[in-house]
Structure formats: C-alpha cells, structure tokens
Design a protein around this ligand. Structure first.
Ligand code: OTU
Length: 652
C-alpha cells in the first residue's frame, strides 16, 4: 500500500504549483518526484514539520526542483539517463582526479581550457576546480567566502567561460567537480548585507544574537577551527548591533539551516551548478551544518538529515550528479556522510578519506606502518554504492586526526606522538628534511596542524637546495610511493596540482596582506610553466615524476581489481616497515594484485609464505605491473628496495 500522507500532500502541492510549471509536460520529472517524494516529505517533516508555513515551503521546494529541471540541458539530461542505467559508473578504476585552482594552475578558466591537453597527457579525467564563485576583493579564504553563489568571480572569467570549459571536458570524457560552500557565506553576500541593514527575514538566515548569552553557551562546547586567525565562534557586527556565528573566519557567516528558506536557497544553488555542467558537487564543511548548544556543533544528526534531503532533491532534478562530502572529522564519523543505509549512499556518494591521508603521513615520518594498518582497520567499510577520494595533499592543512585509541593500541602516546609529527614536518625534529609550517596552533589544547606542499614535506625542497642527489632521489621515490597507494587502494585517487612535477612551497603569499596570516597558501602554488615544461626534459625531477605518474595512471586504469567494490584485504606481517594489501576481484574473474610498499630507507624482506595461499603468490613467477619487471627474490623472500612499491601479479 502506498503511503497516504505524503501522497495526498504531493497531490496538494501539484495543485498549488505555479502555472508555468504545471502546464508543462514533465513526465520524467514527475516520475522521479513520485519515487523520491516519500523520503523528501519525511525528511522535510523531521526538520521543519513544526512550522506554520510548512506547506508553503514544500511547494516552494518543489517549484525550485521543477524550475531547475526545466532549465537542464538535453546533453545533461542524456547523461542523467545514462548514469541511471550504469549506476556504479563512478566506482570503476578508470577515474583519476586532480584538484586545482584555475588561477594558480592556468591564470583563469580559458587558460585552464588550454591546459587540458597537459592534464590528459598525464591521464587525469576528473577535475576538481577549486571555488571560483564571486568573492570579496580582500580576504576570501581561498574562495570559501562567497558573496554571490550564482556567478563566477571575474578573476577566473565568466559563466560562459565555464560552460564552454565543461562542454569541452565532456567531449573528452573528463568530469568536473565544483565547490558549493554550503555552510556559510561571506559577510558581503547580499543576504548578510540585508541582515546588517536590519532586515529580519535575512537575519533569520544566520545565527544572530543581541547579546553574549547564547553565544557564551555555545562557546562552552564548540572547538575553534582557526584559533590563531579567528579565535572564538562569534563576531560582533556593529551595523547590525548583534553577534553573528562565524565558525571559520570572522567574515564567514554560518547559515542557519533550521530555517527552511536557507535549505531551499542552497538546493537551488546546487542545482544551478549542476546545470552549469558540474558532474560532481563538492559540499564544503558538511559536518558543521547544524548547531546545537551543548555540543561541538559538528556531525549532528540533523546535518545528516539535511544532506539526505539534499541528495533526494538532486535525485529528482539532476540524478546523474554526485556529491562529495568534505567532512574532515574523526574516522568513525566520516563514513556516516555516505548515509547509514546498507547499500546506497543516501547522502554523499563520495567522501574525502582524511583519516587515510593523515595515516600515510604518519607512516612517512615514522618509516613505520603500524599506525597506518591499525588506523585503516578502524575506518568502517564503505557502502556498496559509495567511494572514497584518496589523497595525499590538498589545498588545506594536514590535521593529525587519527584516533587516540589507535595510537595507544600500537604503542605510542597520543600527545608526544602528535608532537613528534608536527616537529618532524616543520623541520624542527633533528634530521628531518621536511619544510612544512605549523598551522592553527591552539595554546589551550596544544593542537596544531601542518601546512606545506607534498614535495616540501617529503624533503625535496631541502634536497634540491642542498644539492643532495641521494635525498632528491629518495624524495622522488617517496612521492611516487604515496601516489602508488592512492592509485591502488580502492577509491578515486585525487592528485593535487603541482605535485605531478614536484612543486615546492610557494612563499609568495607572504607579500599579500590578505593571505599572509594563513600559511595554507604555501600549498596553493602558482604554476611556473617554464619549470613545468621541464617534464619533457629527460633526467629532470619534473620528468621523472611526471612520466612515472603518467605510467602509474595508465596501469591503474587497466587493472580491473583496482575498481572499488570493497575488494581489498589488508595483510599484517611482522615487518612494520611494509604496507601490504591484496586487491581481489569480487567474482574471481580477474587476477588479484598484491600491493607491497616499503616506507623504510633500507631494503625490506617479505616472506611470501606469510601471505597464506591468497592468490598463490609464492608459487608462480611474480611480475610488477607498474614496471613490467620481475622483482628480486632472495631465498623465497621478496626484496623490496627503499621507498619502493610493487603491484604484483602471478604469471602462470
Ligand atoms: C574547508 O575546510 C575548506 O577546505 C577550507 O579551505 C575552508 O577554509 C573551510 O572549509 C571553510 O570554508 O571545514 O570539514 O583547514 O580542514 O576547515 C572540514 C581546516 C572543513 C579545514 C577545515 C575544512
């Protein structure tokens, strides 16, 4: 029996809907609306059921979904249909992503279009273009303080440039991911400006308070995200004469999702970018979407309801579009952003694997993989129809967000161990070649995070400066080792622009007063194309990295067991310098691949009999898919050179 309440509500909405919509023949839209309406209605009721204007808000939401559906181009709708048929398309091993700033990478969007050939040469077929919606002239948190969600900032070009670019990429079967900063707006956004002028309707878009009563209550349990640059979570606005919640920088005002108007605006904005050609939408800071006194205001149940509702709405209008959850939170919390269904991602299909990223950095500094192995075991299995974004570096800092319990479990103490890592990566630790900087130091908690580019953190910058050939080679190997893991682990590998040619820290931000106090700009470089072109010159660092990555990507795409179907088995051995796992095909159709990585600076041995009979690796002739070579064996033991990785198959 169908569900009566939502069904009659749907009928009522269809009667009230604007004539421009109701007169049109939108069969496909109504089919999807019908299929998703029970979920939409029950989520909307859980969030906003108490409100007097409930029906009015629901009608408005459906009108938004229909209007954006009508606007969706035939091209994009064809993709929606194709992806409905092949709904596991994004789990395949052929996707390799890169995140980049359009300006830092290529000047602007047109420049980026010219550089597509370079990306294709490397093998990239998914581009995350960092936020480029209109922002204030001054500080804008790298594009995360948006003052107009429906326009591109002139720095990058125009909406039409973007549409040309997305069409250009679509022809090349490359995907585009765009950011939507759902948690907050710039204090110069029209909504904030109206709120400042005293407009009550827009003050209700934010958390504003006449005095410190409620802010003080919130502060009792809310952590600080940027304790150095933006201490506290509230800012006093003199024109409004009120306190406003600003979890991130003081110019980023948090949106209040307990107001359905905010949700509907944001659904409209997400669908606008879907219609601009985004295949994937990266939802920024999703853990923060719901605030409750007495909590950390992160990972609240309602934040998940909002994302589920958002997904269901997107399912109606643009079902081919995927969501990325950017939730840099504790390992057990992150996977909840897939949605807690048994199979389908009811929230976001993709999530940043921040825990894995931080664990990789632990293994590099310690040359030991025990915390990495332990930490991975604590990451819950992903849903069948969901996948991770596996990355080494991004535009942000590295937070050492592993579980204290895991740290203790492997025999370290949490505080001194984290301190060691910070000292190591900031080059304070004796003998460390790393050139990072501490970010967001918090004197109250003793916490800190780390900024710096991949190349500088692994020691390449120091090695080049000191002309240390051995250290240069070692840094190159480490960069490749880390990439070999994100390429083979299961999930979408997300490279970061510049890393493919070993780009070191970019210190130019210190000359810009709007950036100088935020050292995450160290790892948001402006690419020097003269230097980048060295990737064509044999023997250069750029060439060694670029060519090896190009090959690695090509091999990844050709190995079916690298697709992400929970088809990985981690292997514990007695050797704590090795990180080992097997990728199997779920129905044994393809040969398994044994991935062996040595995080140590000395050769390590693996006794193949320790693998049991998994894949019978001890019997046949081993071949490394990455190089095509057969690895060295010493008395039945596999020898893994320093910082070397193998992708091994057995030749019958
Ligand atoms: C995200 O960051 C963005 O990636 C940052 O670049 C922005 O500054 C921030 O949101 C505000 O828009 O919200 O869920 O450096 O790890 O703030 C995690 C701290 C986030 C980031 C964190 C992150």
């Amino acid at each position: 029996m169908y569900e009566q309440v939502s069904h009659s509500l749907l009928n009522q909405i269809l009667e009230e809907i604007k004539p421009e919509i109701s007169k049109r023949n939108l069969l496909r839209f109504y089919t999807r609306l019908g299929a998703n309406f029970y979920a939409i209605h029950s989520l909307f009721t859980q969030l906003y059921g108490e409100r007097k204007d409930f029906l009015e808000q629901m009608v408005r939401l459906v009108e938004v979904l229909a209007t954006r559906y009508i606007e969706r181009s035939a091209d994009l709708e064809a993709l929606d249909i194709e992806r409905e048929h092949d709904h596991n398309w994004f789990l395949a091993q052929n996707w390799v992503a890169m995140a980049l700033y359009a300006d830092g990478f290529a000047g602007d969007l047109q420049g980026l279009q010219h550089r597509c050939a370079y990306l294709q040469e490397l093998g990239i077929n998914m581009l995350h273009i960092m936020p480029m919606m209109k922002c204030p002239e001054g500080a804008s948190d790298g594009g995360y303080a948006v003052c107009d969600f429906l326009d591109i900032d002139a720095r990058y070009g125009t909406l039409s440039d973007l549409q040309t670019l997305t069409a250009h990429l679509r022809k090349r079967k490359m995907l585009v991911a765009l950011d939507v900063v759902v948690n907050h707006t710039s204090d110069q956004h029209e909504w904030a400006v109206k709120a400042k002028q005293g407009d009550k309707q827009y003050q209700d878009y934010y958390y504003t308070f006449p005095d410190r009563d409620i802010p003080d209550m919130f502060e009792e349990t809310m952590p600080e995200v940027f304790p150095e640059n933006a201490p506290g979570n509230f800012t006093f606005d003199t024109s409004m004469n009120r306190w406003v919640m600003t979890v991130f920088n003081n110019y980023q005002w948090d949106l209040d999702y307990s107001n359905p108007a905010v949700f509907i605006e944001m659904a409209d904005i997400i669908l606008f970018w879907a219609n601009m050609g985004a295949d994937i939408v990266r939802l920024d800071a999703v853990a923060f979407l719901w605030k409750k006194i007495g909590t950390t205001c992160q990972n609240e149940r309602e934040a998940h309801l909002i994302l589920q509702l958002m997904k269901d709405c997107c399912q109606v209008t643009a079902p081919g579009v995927l969501f990325i959850a950017e939730a840099i939170v504790a390992p057990v919390e992150i996977s909840k952003y897939f949605g807690e269904d048994a199979v389908i991602a009811k929230e976001c299909e993709i999530a940043y694997n921040a825990s894995f990223m931080a664990l990789l950095w632990d293994a590099v500094a310690t040359k030991n993989t025990k915390l990495l192995s332990q930490g991975i075991k604590s990451i819950p299995n992903k849903l069948d129809r969901a996948t991770w974004l596996n990355y080494i570096r991004c535009h942000d800092d590295i937070g050492l967000g592993f579980d204290d319990a895991d740290i203790i479990n492997v025999g370290y103490e949490p505080y001194p161990h984290r301190k060691f890592l910070i000292d190591y990566y900031t080059g304070v630790y004796e003998g460390s070649p790393a050139r990072g900087q501490p970010f967001a130091r918090n004197d109250k908690t003793g916490d800190a995070r780390i900024s710096g580019s991949l190349a500088s953190l692994v020691g390449l910058e120091y090695a080049l400066e000191s002309n240390d050939e051995e250290l240069i080679e070692q840094s190159i190997k480490l960069i490749l080792l880390l990439h070999s893991i994100i390429m083979s682990f299961g999930g979408i590998p997300l490279l970061y622009y510049g890393d493919e040619i070993g780009t070191v820290n970019d210190c130019s931000f210190m000359q810009d007063e709007n950036k100088a106090n935020d050292n995450r700009w160290l790892n948001r470089p402006r690419i020097d194309w003269q230097k980048a072109d060295l990737h064509k010159q044999h023997g250069s660092v750029e060439q060694k990295l670029f060519d090896s990555l190009q090959r690695m990507i090509a091999v990844r795409k050709s190995v079916p067991v690298f697709a992400d179907f929970n088809n990985r088995e981690l292997i514990d051995t007695d050797n704590e310098h090795l990180f080992i796992f097997i990728r199997n095909h779920f129905n044994q159709q393809y040969e398994p691949v044994l991935v062996v990585c040595n995080f140590d600076n000395r050769p390590q041995m693996l006794n193949l009999s320790e693998l049991g009979n998994r894949g019978l690796f001890e019997l046949g002739q081993l071949r490394d898919l990455a190089t095509g070579e057969s690895p060295a064996l010493f008395k039945d033991q596999l020898v893994i050179p320093p910082y070397r990785y193998y992708w091994l198959t057995v030749q019958p």
